[in-house]
Ligand binder design. Structure first.
Ligand SMILES: Nc1ncnc2c1ncn2[C@@H]1O[C@H](COP(=O)(O)OP(=O)(O)O)[C@@H](O)[C@H]1O
Ligand SMILES: O=C(CO)[C@@H](O)[C@H](O)COP(=O)(O)O
Length: 471
């Protein structure tokens, strides 16, 4: 074991809790733990605590000096005066708040007004729309609520409380900027917008500095503020100008570091703060790794066989196009959409083409997301592929042509958890900047047949326009 100081980072994500213990100087991962979350879009935070206990069992944190929590963004955790959870948390991927999001957009005077106010336009995913949903549909819960916090805030506070060191709720600018009542540009809350959503005032967590120690456990572990999972991944990867990340987890995201806030009235690009002093324009889709899982299930094969089948088909899947909206969709804003397979003929109806259409369909939604990040002012010199589905050989092979850019695949790793650990190391050091941890790139690939990629994208755009002209 390393004799140098150890730090830990947590990724409390949609499907699981992952904890990486790292060497504070080099970032080398020395231990990893994992616990699972229920497959639901509303979850009692007690499950996150159980998964954290599972992930850290057996002395995983022995010798750790500092820790930070990265977490799924936007989830609404309502707490009462005694800090008890009022109702199960509504997660980012719960679409019941689509209508209340539209109400909020109208009440402020339209999408541009929101983009100007906080850099994001409310959609079902955004915390403010979930708060409004509770106000409208569960008034007794709203009456009981005293404050609203995010998943990473809740787990940070719970770890501190269990270790005897809780001294009030905290968050960071990165995660706060996904609420709809905090502006990435000003780094300040907009209590008027939270009041508009909730119908009354609610307490919010204090926004800690990027490398502040927000508390210590009884064992002396210092807690850094933590951040949203995508901000954590950005920190874990140490992004350079020209890098755009595509993360293929439960959500699909495309994002880059930027030196200024953006304001997209279409609501595609959300202007988040990063976990340092910059910005993180980000596009998020609801359908990523689980499209592959469903595709494999549909074909009755394992994920590795889905890869083999997909790579045995020609680019363009013989004309089969999958609209991958299996869980509805967030970008484009189609919360009630369903998936659809376009262009089936007797000639192309093969398992190979179906597998290829599944992989291409998932990536095509993200190709539009990469374009939107580019349009927001971030050059795309290479795409860094991370998240569970980045392990797929077919995804790695097919992505460069569809993204029209070189793709780099970092060595498999838990980059959100590693990014959180890097924040913890930063807080521990007291230095003005995060320590310079490197990233190993395992594979890079340039586009091989960009014309075929462009043709597949055109067919996808046509299928999307015919099924959902409003997209
Ligand atoms: N080799 C693989 N090919 C495709 N999907 C994979 C592979 N390995 C893991 N996954 C999928 O990745 C997802 C988990 O990714 P992860 O980034 O950890 O998600 P999250 O952070 O949202 O919980 C699961 O849906 C899992 O099925
Ligand atoms: O809502 C967003 C980003 O805005 C999602 O990216 C969530 O942060 C969930 O992330 P994963 O569980 O897929 O990592």
């Amino acid at each position: 074991m390393s004799s140098r100081p150890l730090v830990a980072g947590v990724d409390t994500s949609t499907q699981s809790c992952k904890v990486a213990v790292c060497d504070a100087e080099t970032g080398e991962v020395v231990r990893l733990g994992r616990g699972t979350h229920p497959d639901a879009t509303e979850v009692d935070p007690a499950h996150w605590w159980r998964a954290w206990e599972e992930a850290t069992a057996g002395g995983l944190l022995d010798g750790v000096s500092a820790l930070a929590v990265g977490g799924q963004q936007h989830g609404m955790v309502l707490l009462d005066e005694a800090d008890e959870v009022v109702r199960p948390a509504l997660l980012w991927n719960d679409t019941r708040s689509a209508g209340t999001a539209r109400d909020l957009v109208d009440e402020l005077g339209g999408a541009q007004a929101w983009a100007d106010a906080v850099g994001i336009v409310p959609l079902a995913a955004i915390t403010a729309a979930k708060v409004r949903w509770v106000r409208d549909h569960e008034p007794a819960s709203m009456d009981r609520a005293a404050r609203v916090v995010l998943p990473h805030d809740w787990l940070t506070g719970r770890i501190l409380a269990a270790g005897g060191g809780f001294d009030g709720w905290t968050t960071d600018a990165g995660d706060a900027s996904g609420t709809g009542y905090f502006s990435a540009a000003t780094r300040e809350y907009r209590p008027d917008l939270l009041r508009m959503a909730a119908g009354r005032d609610l307490d919010v967590p204090r926004v800690a500095g990027p490398a502040e120690v927000v508390g210590r456990t009884r064992d002396g572990i210092a807690l850094a503020p933590g951040t949203g999972d995508n901000m954590g991944a950005a920190l874990g990867l140490g992004l350079l100008p020209g890098d755009v990340v595509v993360s293929l987890g439960t959500s699909g995201t495309a994002f880059a570091r930027h030196d200024r806030p953006t304001a997209d009235p279409r609501g595609f690009v959300q202007s988040f703060a990063d976990a340092e002093d910059g910005f993180l324009p980000l596009v998020c889709t609801l359908n990523a790794a689980r499209v592959l899982t469903s595709g494999a299930a549909m074909l009755g094969v394992e994920l590795a066989d889905l890869d083999r089948l997909a790579m045995a088909a020609e680019p363009g899947a013989g004309g089969l196009t999958l609209l991958p909206f299996l869980d509805g969709e967030r970008t484009p804003n189609l919360p009630t959409a369903t998936g659809a397979l376009h262009g089936i003929t007797r000639g192309n109806a093969t398992p190979e083409n179906l597998a290829r259409a599944v992989v291409e369909g998932m990536l095509l939604g993200l190709a539009d997301a990469v374009d939107a990040v580019r349009d927001a002012g971030c050059p795309v010199e290479r795409v860094l592929l991370i998240g569970g589905a980045a392990k797929s050989a077919a995804v790695q092979a097919i992505a460069p042509d569809l993204f029209g850019a070189p793709v780099a695949v970092p060595a498999p790793g838990e980059y959100v958890a590693v990014g959180a650990a890097r924040q913890a190391a930063w807080a521990l050091s007291g230095a003005p900047a995060a320590p310079g941890w490197g990233v190993d790139i395992e594979a890079t690939a340039d586009p091989r047949d960009p014309a075929a990629g462009a043709e597949t994208r055109e067919r996808y755009a046509a299928a999307l326009a015919s099924a959902y002209p409003q997209a």
